[in-house]
Design a protein around this ligand. Structure first.
Ligand code: AMP
Length: 210
């Protein structure tokens, strides 16, 4: 099994699919957004700086994110789904030269109608530990406001409000979308129709991994 990179705009379902595929295959899901939120929750000076950038929807520095990622993975014994990294071409080069080196990987593009995404994201809620994702319209919890798995309260991420989401979309189009051509030219890109139901998307991605 290869390592997998997920590429797609905010709200395309990358985190949801990573959780499903971790259960089906022996992947570890590593999300740079989650690692950064973990750093913020430590309350350090670095965390405060990261929070200001994240709350605006802009990207944190390439070097900082790459170092955080390297400190949290072990490619000698595990296979990963990389969710949220690389996020631009310069990170893709760091990823190849300093992280993957000789390890095999595949990039999966979440192809989605971006017009639908803003609505999808403003309806997103996460358990207060950040580990479980819901959507008030398409994937609601059994009891309103409460995580089915942990019983914790559901919260809205600060960067999931409409104004910040619109900026995150612009950042995606400018910084991250060029990765599609980048991985296509390296013959490493597979594309999934992420407008389908959750289960159908999982099936498509699973078929790339057999
Ligand atoms: P996500 O949880 O993937 O939606 O990421 C939330 C926010 O974390 C982004 O809007 C960025 O501010 C920051 N972030 C996550 N991954 C990266 C990355 N690879 N490079 C720079 N910033 C990142």
């Amino acid at each position: 099994m290869k390592n997998v990179i997920f590429i797609g705009p905010p709200g395309a379902g990358k985190g949801t699919q990573a959780a499903k595929l971790d259960d089906m295959f022996s992947f570890c899901h590593v999300s740079t957004g989650d690692l950064l939120r973990g750093e913020i929750s430590k309350g350090s000076e670095l965390g405060t700086k990261i929070k200001t950038v994240m709350d605006s929807g802009n990207l944190v520095s390439d070097e900082l994110v790459a170092e955080l990622l390297k400190a949290n993975i072990d490619l000698s014994s595990k296979q990963y789904i990389f969710d949220g990294f690389p996020r631009n071409v310069s990170q893709a080069e760091i990823f190849q030269d300093e992280i993957m080196e000789e390890n095999e990987y595949l990039a999966v593009l979440f192809d989605v109608d971006t017009d639908k995404l803003v609505e999808r994201i403003v309806n997103r809620r996460v358990s207060s530990d950040g580990n479980h994702i819901y959507n008030l319209k398409t994937n609601p919890p059994k009891v309103a406001g409460v995580c089915d798995v942990t019983g914790l309260a559901l919260v809205q991420r600060k960067d999931d409000t409409e104004e910040v989401v619109r900026n995150r979309m612009e950042v995606y189009l400018k910084e991250t979308a060029p990765l599609v051509e980048y991985y296509k030219s390296k013959n490493k890109l597979k594309s999934v129709d992420a407008d389908l139901e959750i289960e159908a998307v999982t099936k498509q991605i699973a078929s790339f991994l057999q």
